[in-house]
Write a protein that binds this ligand. Sequence first.
Ligand code: ATP
Ligand code: MG
Length: 499
Amino acid sequence: MTNTVIELHGIVKDFPGVRALDHVDFTLRKGEVHALLGENGAGKSTLIKILTGVHPRGSGDIRIDGTAVDIESPRRARAFGIGAIYQEQYLCPDLSVAENIFANRLPRSGILRRVSWRRLHRMAEELLAAWNVDFSARDRAGDLDVPQRQIIEIIKAVSESTLKVLILDEPTAALNDEEKGRLFGIIRQLRERGISIIYISHRLNEVFEISDSVTVLRDGRNVGTCAVSDTSKAELIKLMIGRDLAEMFPKRAIAHGATILEVRGLRRGAVIKDVSLSLHVGEILGVYGLLGSGTVEVGRCLFGVLSPDAGQILVDGKPVSLSQVPDAVAAGIGFVPEDRKVDGIIDLLSVRQNLTLAGIGSLGRMGFLNRKTEEARSRSWVERLAIKTPSLETPTASLSGGNQQKVVIGKWLDSKSRILILNEPTHGVDVGAKVEIYTIVEDICAAGAAVLMISSEIPELTALCDRVLVMYQGRVAGELAGHDITQENILSLAMRGER
Ligand SMILES: Nc1ncnc2c1ncn2[C@@H]1O[C@H](COP(=O)(O)OP(=O)(O)OP(=O)(O)O)[C@@H](O)[C@H]1O
Ligand SMILES: [Mg+2]
């Protein structure tokens, strides 16, 4: 028993209309990396939030180092040495990077206990240096992009000196391969120091790369715990979704038509230096680049969120000016944002309202909504994407992370845009739904649309795209097609700007 850090017995947790955890037993050993797997809505984040005092457990026992405890608040969890990086980000956008990292332990000095800003910034810079990041301790957190903010959360959690258990809820969803490598290095160091890690991810490769044992949740129940060396990907998928699933996605051949979108010499500030691209009807064009390479900004320029300094954008061969989002929508462009919290879903709206939003209200087109049609349409998305929700009227904010992402995707898939810009479309989405989304993306292309897919998930690009543009320092470093779309080629272009 001595090497058991956390032991859960018979944990039950109910939310209105859902039993999120149903008599879950779970054991975490000292110095192990324990992966927690399961479909969207299986109960992973809920389990974590019970361990970190965010949610009270409904019933069941929690033991830490053999002693029965109550974790009634996040503060108490920290006192037990439990730290977590959540799926949603909790940084304060108006505070600096340094203030965010040291929020609950700002260095103070003198009899007035004033915050010592110099020391704070030095301490933060030291941590940042180890990560080789491209932002500084004084930057405002709100000005950074999703992966940068994710890195801050990670740095913040691992810098707590009392840390005994670190929980990572999909830490790599927004990271590219290089950043992921750095994170794994840190996880290994922590494990050597005897710290236990609970690792949640929808990427099975990572589970085999980094973890020692694995637990699978399905519908709130623990359906299996074993050593990673005793299982296989196929077996884990089957445990998760209750059926077999081919891991490889068969790409369909779709005929390409005329050029639907063309970008010439796009420039914006220091981030986009020169980008030209073309997209044809029926085509799926992937865009890959490391943090700061400009991929995200190109997507934003094409949706009128950012305005370019120079360059031309043509839709159906005609120049368009996309100075604001409605211009882009009017030009037939749809956009799945990288950060659903900021610009994707409206939390308080129901699943039904969100799913039919892009098609109607946001365009400002007046007209009567036919409630019946709206309901039927959203119901069909809920079914197709297997969105786990108690009802169509449930506020989107109370869904699990991956199910919220499915709502964002469904909303734009429903909008019938002719040019769809997908930014990390399967970020946090489970294996079964990923395949479904890929199928729908192909359906959309076959029906005469075209897709620009910005993704940091290389397997997704190699499986789905006809061509992949790789960006390096604000420019297109190269374009890959057919058999040339390989992980090695993509990474070499992204890291060195050449093959
Ligand atoms: N605050 C909440 N209010 C109401 N229901 C909730 C709340 N949080 C979670 N749920 C529900 O509990 C269930 C489990 O959700 P949870 O967030 O634990 O899933 P998850 O395994 O983390 O999924 P994902 O992979 O999508 O993040 C889901 O049905 C979800 O809708
Ligand atoms: Mg979750």
